[in-house]
Design a protein around this ligand. Sequence first.
Ligand code: SF4
Length: 212
Amino acid sequence: MEKKYKIKEIYYTLQGEGHHSGRPAVFCRFAGCNLWNGLEADRHKAICQFCDTDFWGTDGENGGKYTAQELTDKLDSLWPELGLMNKFVVFTGGEPLLQLDEALTEVVHKSDFEIAIETNGTIALPKGVDWVCVSPKANSKVILTSGDELKLVYPQDNIDPKDVVGWDFKYRYLQPMDNPYIEQNTNACIEYCKSNPVWNLSIQTHKLLNIP
Ligand code: SF4
């Protein structure tokens, strides 16, 4: 039987953070993560207790179970008719690499999408990903120590930018942890970037501007 991918939600928006901030993109959120099961009752067991994403189940906008072709057709249907150039999909999660494989990247590429992923970096990468953004989490074993964009949520206990700054990425971003201390966290990121200019600030503009 053909593989079906479990998808929490799919929607067309602007990428809100990191290097491609402001770029139109279809966001495709895979269900499930290997660092937390997504249930509030089990948050105390999560590796990243600050997780702000609902990735549990397949009940979001356009969520469901899709074959590679069905998923690609859905991505296509969400891309604006007049804007066929610069097609861009961001596979996120949860942890997209629990499910994303070469069979899917091949079909999506046939539809002329550039493929980006946002991953915690703990699972091997299939062929066919055009932009790799790794967001390392403390107390996890990251194996993807090279890629395009390193995006560290800051500050995190038990992970210091110095621990990862030597990894092989084109761009390095510090992103303030979104919690009740967001203002202090943002100031800490600003100060850190100013003192350590290999790091740039990444702001979650979609939250600031309420970009749907
Ligand atoms: S890796 Fe990402 S999606 Fe998974 S629990 Fe951590 S913050 Fe949430």
